[in-house]
Design a binder for this molecule. Sequence first.
Ligand SMILES: [Cu+2]
Length: 83
Amino acid sequence: MANSRGNDMSNEQDTILEVQGMTCPSCIRHVSSALTDLDGVVKVDVKLRDGIVIVKHDTTRAPVTQLIETLNEAGYASKQQSL
Ligand SMILES: [Cu+2]
């Protein structure tokens, strides 16, 4: 798809973030709640073993840069997974 705009209903998309430093269940809780607290984040799925977090979010209200910034502030270095 060359252009993802044009959907009037929603700007939701899934973004995969590579997150460093997640080692235990409390990390999962920490990461999940930090992201879920953001306005525009719909769903957070932490894959501890893979070191990734799959976030369903509204890109208008919660852009990818904000997700990454939030994780960095929570103490987890992260970046968007290149496809
Ligand atoms: Cu931990």
